[in-house]
Design a protein around this ligand. Structure first.
Ligand code: PEP
Ligand code: MN
Length: 352
Protein backbone atom coordinates (compact mmCIF):
# COMPACT_ATOMS: atom_id res chain seq x y z
CA UNK A 1 0.00 0.00 0.00
CA UNK A 2 1.36 3.40 -0.92
CA UNK A 3 1.06 6.47 1.21
CA UNK A 4 -0.11 9.53 -0.68
CA UNK A 5 2.05 12.62 -0.76
CA UNK A 6 5.17 11.05 0.60
CA UNK A 7 8.08 13.49 0.14
CA UNK A 8 11.42 12.01 -0.81
CA UNK A 9 14.38 14.38 -0.65
CA UNK A 10 17.71 12.78 -1.55
CA UNK A 11 21.23 13.62 -2.62
CA UNK A 12 24.73 13.94 -1.27
CA UNK A 13 25.61 15.34 2.12
CA UNK A 14 27.78 17.94 0.37
CA UNK A 15 27.94 19.28 -3.16
CA UNK A 16 31.52 18.30 -4.04
CA UNK A 17 31.71 18.87 -7.79
CA UNK A 18 29.55 19.61 -10.80
CA UNK A 19 30.03 16.01 -12.03
CA UNK A 20 28.98 14.50 -8.71
CA UNK A 21 25.71 16.45 -8.78
CA UNK A 22 24.97 15.79 -12.45
CA UNK A 23 25.67 12.09 -11.98
CA UNK A 24 23.34 11.98 -8.96
CA UNK A 25 20.61 13.86 -10.80
CA UNK A 26 20.93 11.53 -13.81
CA UNK A 27 20.49 8.57 -11.47
CA UNK A 28 17.37 10.07 -9.87
CA UNK A 29 15.95 10.68 -13.33
CA UNK A 30 16.40 6.96 -14.15
CA UNK A 31 15.10 5.97 -10.72
CA UNK A 32 11.98 8.16 -11.09
CA UNK A 33 11.18 6.63 -14.47
CA UNK A 34 11.34 3.16 -12.91
CA UNK A 35 9.60 4.07 -9.62
CA UNK A 36 6.95 6.68 -10.42
CA UNK A 37 5.01 5.73 -7.26
CA UNK A 38 7.77 7.09 -4.98
CA UNK A 39 9.77 9.66 -6.93
CA UNK A 40 12.57 11.93 -5.76
CA UNK A 41 11.42 15.42 -6.64
CA UNK A 42 13.90 17.37 -4.58
CA UNK A 43 17.67 16.95 -4.77
CA UNK A 44 19.61 17.86 -1.64
CA UNK A 45 23.25 18.93 -1.36
CA UNK A 46 25.04 20.94 1.32
CA UNK A 47 26.85 24.03 0.07
CA UNK A 48 28.11 25.31 3.43
CA UNK A 49 28.88 22.50 5.85
CA UNK A 50 28.78 22.91 9.64
CA UNK A 51 31.77 20.78 10.65
CA UNK A 52 32.60 19.74 14.17
CA UNK A 53 36.31 20.45 13.81
CA UNK A 54 38.10 23.21 11.89
CA UNK A 55 40.09 22.11 8.88
CA UNK A 56 37.50 19.58 7.67
CA UNK A 57 35.85 20.11 4.29
CA UNK A 58 33.47 23.04 4.76
CA UNK A 59 31.59 22.94 1.47
CA UNK A 60 32.25 24.58 -1.90
CA UNK A 61 30.18 27.72 -1.22
CA UNK A 62 28.87 29.93 -4.01
CA UNK A 63 30.22 27.86 -6.91
CA UNK A 64 28.16 24.91 -5.69
CA UNK A 65 25.08 27.11 -6.10
CA UNK A 66 25.95 27.40 -9.79
CA UNK A 67 26.06 23.58 -10.05
CA UNK A 68 22.70 23.32 -8.30
CA UNK A 69 21.22 25.87 -10.71
CA UNK A 70 22.51 23.74 -13.60
CA UNK A 71 20.99 20.54 -12.15
CA UNK A 72 17.73 22.32 -11.81
CA UNK A 73 17.80 23.59 -15.39
CA UNK A 74 19.00 20.35 -16.97
CA UNK A 75 16.94 17.82 -15.03
CA UNK A 76 14.00 19.84 -13.70
CA UNK A 77 14.49 18.77 -10.07
CA UNK A 78 13.84 21.18 -7.25
CA UNK A 79 17.03 21.69 -5.28
CA UNK A 80 17.47 22.21 -1.57
CA UNK A 81 20.44 23.25 0.56
CA UNK A 82 21.21 24.25 4.13
CA UNK A 83 21.27 27.90 5.18
CA UNK A 84 22.85 28.98 8.45
CA UNK A 85 23.09 32.76 8.02
CA UNK A 86 21.13 35.58 6.39
CA UNK A 87 23.94 35.87 3.80
CA UNK A 88 23.40 32.20 2.82
CA UNK A 89 19.69 32.91 2.33
CA UNK A 90 20.40 35.85 0.05
CA UNK A 91 22.80 33.84 -2.10
CA UNK A 92 20.37 30.92 -2.36
CA UNK A 93 17.59 33.21 -3.48
CA UNK A 94 19.91 34.83 -6.03
CA UNK A 95 20.74 31.41 -7.56
CA UNK A 96 17.13 30.22 -7.57
CA UNK A 97 17.47 27.45 -4.94
CA UNK A 98 13.90 26.15 -4.57
CA UNK A 99 13.83 24.95 -0.98
CA UNK A 100 15.98 25.53 2.10
CA UNK A 101 16.70 23.59 5.25
CA UNK A 102 17.93 24.88 8.56
CA UNK A 103 20.46 22.57 10.23
CA UNK A 104 20.30 21.19 13.76
CA UNK A 105 23.07 23.46 15.06
CA UNK A 106 21.32 26.55 13.74
CA UNK A 107 17.86 25.63 15.02
CA UNK A 108 19.44 25.63 18.49
CA UNK A 109 20.24 29.34 18.23
CA UNK A 110 17.30 31.78 18.40
CA UNK A 111 19.45 34.76 17.30
CA UNK A 112 20.50 33.01 14.09
CA UNK A 113 16.94 31.77 13.54
CA UNK A 114 15.58 35.28 13.82
CA UNK A 115 18.17 36.63 11.31
CA UNK A 116 17.43 33.83 8.85
CA UNK A 117 13.67 34.24 9.27
CA UNK A 118 13.95 37.97 8.49
CA UNK A 119 16.13 37.30 5.44
CA UNK A 120 13.37 34.97 4.21
CA UNK A 121 10.62 37.57 4.61
CA UNK A 122 7.91 37.24 2.00
CA UNK A 123 9.48 34.16 0.32
CA UNK A 124 7.32 31.32 -0.82
CA UNK A 125 10.16 28.77 -0.98
CA UNK A 126 9.42 25.78 1.25
CA UNK A 127 11.63 25.83 4.37
CA UNK A 128 12.42 22.75 6.48
CA UNK A 129 13.62 23.11 10.05
CA UNK A 130 15.66 20.26 11.49
CA UNK A 131 15.29 19.48 15.18
CA UNK A 132 17.83 21.18 17.44
CA UNK A 133 20.77 19.12 18.74
CA UNK A 134 19.26 19.02 22.24
CA UNK A 135 16.01 17.15 22.88
CA UNK A 136 13.93 20.29 23.28
CA UNK A 137 10.60 20.30 21.48
CA UNK A 138 9.87 23.93 22.43
CA UNK A 139 13.16 25.10 20.88
CA UNK A 140 12.25 23.22 17.69
CA UNK A 141 8.70 24.57 17.45
CA UNK A 142 9.96 28.05 18.43
CA UNK A 143 12.37 28.03 15.47
CA UNK A 144 9.55 26.91 13.14
CA UNK A 145 7.35 29.67 14.50
CA UNK A 146 10.04 32.31 13.83
CA UNK A 147 10.29 31.25 10.19
CA UNK A 148 6.52 30.94 9.77
CA UNK A 149 6.01 34.51 10.93
CA UNK A 150 8.03 35.81 7.97
CA UNK A 151 7.62 33.45 5.03
CA UNK A 152 4.61 32.95 2.77
CA UNK A 153 5.44 29.35 1.80
CA UNK A 154 5.13 26.12 3.78
CA UNK A 155 7.42 25.42 6.74
CA UNK A 156 8.10 21.79 7.61
CA UNK A 157 10.11 19.89 10.21
CA UNK A 158 12.86 17.27 9.88
CA UNK A 159 13.59 14.75 12.61
CA UNK A 160 17.36 14.02 12.53
CA UNK A 161 17.87 12.71 16.04
CA UNK A 162 19.41 14.31 19.11
CA UNK A 163 23.03 14.59 20.23
CA UNK A 164 23.11 12.74 23.53
CA UNK A 165 26.16 11.75 25.56
CA UNK A 166 25.74 8.18 24.41
CA UNK A 167 23.60 7.59 21.34
CA UNK A 168 24.96 4.17 20.47
CA UNK A 169 24.47 2.30 18.24
CA UNK A 170 23.37 5.37 16.32
CA UNK A 171 25.14 8.66 15.68
CA UNK A 172 22.22 10.56 17.21
CA UNK A 173 19.51 9.31 19.55
CA UNK A 174 16.21 9.09 17.70
CA UNK A 175 14.07 9.83 20.79
CA UNK A 176 11.04 8.93 18.69
CA UNK A 177 8.73 10.19 21.42
CA UNK A 178 9.76 13.79 20.57
CA UNK A 179 8.93 13.29 16.90
CA UNK A 180 5.63 11.69 17.95
CA UNK A 181 4.84 14.63 20.20
CA UNK A 182 5.70 17.05 17.36
CA UNK A 183 3.22 15.26 15.12
CA UNK A 184 0.56 15.09 17.80
CA UNK A 185 0.82 18.74 18.83
CA UNK A 186 1.35 20.16 15.30
CA UNK A 187 -0.43 17.85 12.86
CA UNK A 188 -0.48 20.68 10.30
CA UNK A 189 3.35 20.72 10.00
CA UNK A 190 4.79 18.18 7.55
CA UNK A 191 7.41 16.06 9.33
CA UNK A 192 10.20 14.25 7.50
CA UNK A 193 12.55 11.65 8.94
CA UNK A 194 16.30 11.94 8.23
CA UNK A 195 17.59 8.41 8.86
CA UNK A 196 21.07 9.32 7.56
CA UNK A 197 21.88 11.73 10.39
CA UNK A 198 20.16 9.60 13.02
CA UNK A 199 21.95 6.41 12.01
CA UNK A 200 25.38 7.69 11.09
CA UNK A 201 26.10 4.34 9.41
CA UNK A 202 24.41 3.09 6.28
CA UNK A 203 23.50 -0.31 7.70
CA UNK A 204 21.01 1.31 10.09
CA UNK A 205 19.21 3.45 7.54
CA UNK A 206 16.63 0.92 6.34
CA UNK A 207 15.29 0.17 9.83
CA UNK A 208 15.26 3.86 10.75
CA UNK A 209 13.50 4.84 7.53
CA UNK A 210 10.89 2.14 8.15
CA UNK A 211 10.36 3.50 11.68
CA UNK A 212 9.73 6.92 10.14
CA UNK A 213 7.15 5.41 7.79
CA UNK A 214 5.52 3.43 10.62
CA UNK A 215 5.14 6.63 12.63
CA UNK A 216 3.33 8.19 9.67
CA UNK A 217 5.97 10.78 8.96
CA UNK A 218 5.39 12.64 5.72
CA UNK A 219 8.59 11.67 3.98
CA UNK A 220 12.31 11.04 4.17
CA UNK A 221 15.51 12.97 3.62
CA UNK A 222 18.27 10.57 2.60
CA UNK A 223 21.93 11.12 1.83
CA UNK A 224 22.89 9.51 -1.48
CA UNK A 225 26.31 9.77 -3.12
CA UNK A 226 27.76 8.21 -6.30
CA UNK A 227 30.75 6.90 -4.28
CA UNK A 228 29.98 7.17 -0.57
CA UNK A 229 33.33 5.78 0.66
CA UNK A 230 35.11 8.70 -0.97
CA UNK A 231 32.65 11.39 0.20
CA UNK A 232 34.16 14.54 1.69
CA UNK A 233 31.62 14.57 4.56
CA UNK A 234 29.50 11.91 6.26
CA UNK A 235 31.07 9.11 4.21
CA UNK A 236 29.87 6.29 6.48
CA UNK A 237 26.19 7.20 6.36
CA UNK A 238 25.62 7.91 2.66
CA UNK A 239 24.02 5.33 0.37
CA UNK A 240 25.20 4.51 -3.11
CA UNK A 241 22.60 4.42 -5.89
CA UNK A 242 21.89 0.74 -5.57
CA UNK A 243 21.58 0.88 -1.78
CA UNK A 244 19.18 3.81 -2.12
CA UNK A 245 16.98 1.86 -4.55
CA UNK A 246 17.03 -1.17 -2.29
CA UNK A 247 16.08 0.87 0.77
CA UNK A 248 13.20 2.68 -0.91
CA UNK A 249 11.78 -0.39 -2.60
CA UNK A 250 11.89 -2.24 0.75
CA UNK A 251 9.75 0.33 2.57
CA UNK A 252 6.41 -1.03 3.72
CA UNK A 253 3.51 1.39 3.85
CA UNK A 254 0.98 -0.17 6.17
CA UNK A 255 -2.64 0.51 6.51
CA UNK A 256 -2.79 3.67 8.59
CA UNK A 257 -5.42 2.25 10.89
CA UNK A 258 -5.32 3.71 14.32
CA UNK A 259 -4.39 0.62 16.27
CA UNK A 260 -1.34 -0.21 14.17
CA UNK A 261 -0.02 3.34 14.47
CA UNK A 262 -0.53 3.30 18.23
CA UNK A 263 1.17 -0.08 18.38
CA UNK A 264 4.14 1.18 16.37
CA UNK A 265 4.51 4.23 18.60
CA UNK A 266 4.66 2.20 21.76
CA UNK A 267 7.07 -0.28 20.17
CA UNK A 268 9.49 2.47 19.17
CA UNK A 269 9.54 3.82 22.68
CA UNK A 270 9.97 0.28 24.04
CA UNK A 271 12.97 -0.22 21.73
CA UNK A 272 14.54 2.92 23.10
CA UNK A 273 14.02 1.80 26.67
CA UNK A 274 15.63 -1.57 25.78
CA UNK A 275 18.62 0.25 24.27
CA UNK A 276 18.95 2.28 27.45
CA UNK A 277 18.81 -0.93 29.50
CA UNK A 278 21.69 -2.39 27.50
CA UNK A 279 23.72 0.78 27.98
CA UNK A 280 23.02 0.80 31.71
CA UNK A 281 24.00 -2.86 32.00
CA UNK A 282 27.25 -2.18 30.19
CA UNK A 283 27.91 0.77 32.49
CA UNK A 284 27.17 -1.38 35.57
CA UNK A 285 29.58 -4.10 34.44
CA UNK A 286 32.27 -1.50 33.79
CA UNK A 287 31.93 -0.36 37.41
CA UNK A 288 32.04 -4.00 38.49
CA UNK A 289 35.38 -4.31 36.65
CA UNK A 290 36.71 -1.16 38.36
CA UNK A 291 35.79 -2.73 41.71
CA UNK A 292 37.39 -6.03 40.68
CA UNK A 293 40.66 -4.23 39.94
CA UNK A 294 40.63 -2.60 43.38
CA UNK A 295 39.74 -5.86 45.13
CA UNK A 296 42.70 -7.51 43.46
CA UNK A 297 45.06 -4.67 44.35
CA UNK A 298 43.94 -4.64 47.95
CA UNK A 299 43.60 -8.39 48.25
CA UNK A 300 39.91 -8.26 49.21
CA UNK A 301 37.49 -11.16 48.74
CA UNK A 302 35.28 -11.05 45.65
CA UNK A 303 32.09 -11.96 47.45
CA UNK A 304 31.13 -9.56 50.23
CA UNK A 305 27.82 -10.78 51.64
CA UNK A 306 27.09 -7.82 53.82
CA UNK A 307 27.37 -5.38 50.93
CA UNK A 308 25.29 -7.59 48.61
CA UNK A 309 22.53 -7.99 51.22
CA UNK A 310 22.29 -4.22 51.45
CA UNK A 311 22.07 -3.88 47.66
CA UNK A 312 19.28 -6.50 47.53
CA UNK A 313 17.34 -4.87 50.32
CA UNK A 314 17.55 -1.42 48.73
CA UNK A 315 16.66 -2.65 45.23
CA UNK A 316 13.74 -4.82 46.41
CA UNK A 317 12.35 -1.88 48.29
CA UNK A 318 12.69 0.44 45.34
CA UNK A 319 11.13 -2.20 43.02
CA UNK A 320 8.17 -2.59 45.39
CA UNK A 321 7.58 1.14 45.28
CA UNK A 322 7.61 1.02 41.46
CA UNK A 323 5.04 -1.77 41.45
CA UNK A 324 7.43 -4.44 40.08
CA UNK A 325 6.83 -8.08 40.92
CA UNK A 326 9.20 -9.19 43.71
CA UNK A 327 9.90 -12.63 42.18
CA UNK A 328 10.83 -11.00 38.88
CA UNK A 329 13.07 -8.46 40.60
CA UNK A 330 14.76 -11.20 42.60
CA UNK A 331 15.64 -13.07 39.39
CA UNK A 332 17.13 -9.95 37.83
CA UNK A 333 19.23 -9.27 40.91
CA UNK A 334 20.47 -12.86 41.00
CA UNK A 335 21.51 -12.60 37.35
CA UNK A 336 23.30 -9.31 37.92
CA UNK A 337 25.10 -10.67 40.92
CA UNK A 338 26.15 -13.91 39.22
CA UNK A 339 27.60 -11.96 36.28
CA UNK A 340 29.44 -9.52 38.58
CA UNK A 341 30.98 -12.40 40.54
CA UNK A 342 31.99 -14.18 37.32
CA UNK A 343 33.72 -11.06 36.00
CA UNK A 344 35.50 -10.29 39.28
CA UNK A 345 36.56 -13.89 39.93
CA UNK A 346 38.27 -14.00 36.53
CA UNK A 347 40.01 -10.74 37.31
CA UNK A 348 41.21 -11.67 40.77
CA UNK A 349 42.42 -15.10 39.67
CA UNK A 350 44.23 -13.70 36.65
CA UNK A 351 48.01 -14.10 36.95
CA UNK A 352 49.81 -10.76 36.82
C1 PEP B 1 23.09 17.70 6.69
O1 PEP B 1 21.91 17.51 6.40
O2 PEP B 1 24.03 17.38 5.96
C2 PEP B 1 23.40 18.24 8.04
C3 PEP B 1 24.56 18.80 8.33
O3 PEP B 1 22.41 18.02 8.89
P1 PEP B 1 22.22 18.23 10.49
O4 PEP B 1 21.98 19.68 10.68
O5 PEP B 1 21.04 17.37 10.74
O6 PEP B 1 23.47 17.74 11.18
MN1 MN C 1 25.38 15.13 6.24
Amino acid sequence: MMQKEFTLIAGPCSAESREQLMQTAAFFERYNAASPQLPVKVLRAGVWKPRTRPGSFEGCGEKALEWLAEVRKTYGFSVITEVATAAHVELCLKYGVDQLWIGARTTSNPFLMEDIARALAGCDNPVWVKNPISPDLALWTGAIERVSRHVKGPVGAIHRGFGMYNSLPYRNSPLWEIAIEMKRSHPEIALLCDPSHIGGRREYLAELAQNGVDLEMNGLMLEVHPKPEGALSDASQQLDFEQFERLVSGLVFRNADCSSVKLARIRHILDEVDDELVQLLAHRMQLVRDLGRLKKEENLSVLQFERWNKVVERMMDSARQQGLDSGFMRQILNCLHAEAIRIQKDMVQEKP
